[in-house]
Design a binder for this molecule. Structure first.
Ligand code: ATP
Ligand code: MN
Length: 476
């Protein structure tokens, strides 16, 4: 029986077995107390071992990190913090953990250190809580879309199109690294490669998602995406999970409504289903913030921050309006932004965070960006200068969603592909959907880890995915 379930039982002297990993063992005169955790909940079950009930040699093997089964009688707990405990009659040791070598001793470990032992860190309270919240959020994603009549579309992970331009790509090849076949003009001959062409790991499932929407009307993807971004930030991974809904007949406004409703639903789902874990993470965050300067400490607790997002409307404004607000700001006038502000720039993280955290103090949706800083497939506005793009910006995170209404006019889309230098042959299939039954449609991409970051109150994206992939780091 899972420890979560055991903890919810009412004790009636029933015999019970709990299996898990020892968090701590405490010996006081003639009793030993063992805190056991199996990852099903943040809470441990306590085993009480009276002197003489278990062989000395066995009890000696019960150390932090060991995997054991505790069998005994479930009784009301005398101690604080739990309602029941096990009066142990028998212990089975599955696997010992040498206390001289086991790195996770019961004390505070830094997040940096834990990253180096990602194979063991799920056994800590912090990481097991994060992983359970991550699971709940993933479940919420499917539940939301399923309830709304969306179909889960599996888009390819290996792609031959380099058209999106969303990020640097990882090549997929079976060609030998030494002496690969060459063409006459001295280039690697990808005709000889596995797929007979250059292929990469996908940076986004969007283009294929659009193909799905032009048949099933409402689809979403939820899969791994890969970007060889050589930027070592706290918000970027080389391998991350992206959720991309794509909806036929939706325009920009509908797209914003969907993005807002969807993120609120996911956050609310976590609040409703992960109360214990979020309460633990809230305390963790409070501790962490104590080390920060007063002005950097957040005014709201984690739960308050999450509730604030679910209960308030996101601020919606155009890129042009945002630029004007930035230009009027004291921060800009006093020259305190590191990067320049003027119409046409790609907003820097500092600008986005100022808008969200200092000015509006809530999530913001920016729309109608200049076409030159956005992807070719976004629908051109009537002014011919801006496109129907939208970015959703979150406090503490910055961009959490990027999306747009797509260009559905064949001639305009073809012109844009030419303008940005995409070869027609490489995305003929994408262009054809605008020739055969084209329809207005819109969608967006939500970086799943950025959502997990927000909900868990963690500050480094490496800590919200079990095994992070970042530049120079692919251990485990
Ligand atoms: P950013 O400007 O933050 O680098 P982007 O504009 O490159 O993001 P998009 O191409 O719009 O991002 O991708 C959609 C979403 O995917 C983003 O809003 C973000 O939540 C997420 N995302 C993008 N790149 C990464 C990454 N390297 N690691 C984790 N999430 C990412
Ligand atoms: Mn973006």
């Amino acid at each position: 029986m899972q420890i979560k379930e055991i903890l919810s039982l009412s004790p009636s002297n029933q015999t019970i077995t709990a299996k898990g990993w020892v968090r701590t063992k405490r010996v006081s005169s003639n009793v030993a107390f063992v805190a056991l955790n199996d990852g099903s909940t943040i809470h441990n079950i306590q085993g009480v071992i009276a002197d003489g009930t278990v062989a000395e040699e066995t009890l000696r093997l019960v150390t932090t990190g060991a995997c054991i089964a505790l069998t005994g009688i479930l009784i009301p707990s005398q101690g604080q913090g739990q309602s029941v405990e096990i009066q142990v009659t028998d212990i089975q040791v599955y696997g010992t953990a040498d206390p001289e070598k086991y790195p996770l001793q019961p004390k505070k470990h830094s997040l940096e250190f834990l990253r180096e032992i990602a194979h063991l860190r799920p056994r800590t309270n912090t990481f097991s809580a994060i992983l359970r919240v991550r699971h709940a959020l993933a479940f919420a994603v499917h539940s939301y879309f399923n309830d709304k009549g969306f179909f889960y579309l599996h888009t390819p992970i290996i792609t031959g199109s380099d058209a999106e331009g969303a990020g640097e790509m990882f090549r997929v090849t079976t060609l030998p690294t030494t002496n690969p076949p060459m063409t006459e003009d001295g280039k690697v001959d990808f005709k000889e490669d596995f797929f007979g062409k250059e292929t990469n790991l996908t940076v986004s499932g969007q283009l294929e998602g659009e193909l799905g929407a032009m048949a099933l009307s409402k689809v979403y993807t939820f899969g791994p995406t890969f970007r060889a971004e050589n930027s070592n930030t706290t918000r970027h991974l080389a391998e991350f999970w992206m959720i991309e809904p794509e909806v036929a007949f939706n325009e920009l406004e509908d797209n914003m409504n969907l993005a807002e409703d969807f993120t609120k639903y996911c956050i609310k789902y976590a609040l409703d289903h992960c109360a214990d874990d979020i309460a633990f993470l809230e305390k963790r965050l409070l501790e962490e913030e104590k080390n920060k300067k007063k002005e950097e400490q957040s005014e709201l607790s984690l739960t308050e921050k999450l509730r604030f997002v679910t209960e308030n409307d996101f601020e919606r404004l155009t890129y042009t309006e945002a630029i004007n607000i930035l230009l009027q700001s004291k921060t800009h006038k006093q020259g305190k932004f590191q990067y320049p502000v003027e119409w046409g720039i790609d907003l820097q993280s500092e600008h986005e965070r100022w808008l969200v955290e200092k000015h509006f103090k809530k999530p913001v949706i920016l729309t109608n960006y200049p076409k030159d800083i956005k992807a070719f497939y976004m629908k051109l506005d009537e002014d011919g200068k801006t496109v129907r793009a939208m970015d959703v910006l979150f406090p503490g995170i910055g961009e959490i969603i990027g999306g747009s209404q797509r260009e559905d006019d064949y001639a305009k889309l073809l012109q844009r592909t030419k303008d940005v230098g995409i070869e027609e042959e490489s995305i003929w299939w994408y262009l054809e959907t605008r020739q055969f039954g084209s329809a207005p449609h819109a969608g967006f991409g939500l970086g799943f880890e950025r959502l997990v970051l927000f909900v868990t109150g963690m500050s480094n994206i490496r800590d919200v995915i079990p095994f992070p992939r970042t530049p120079k780091s692919a251990e485990f």
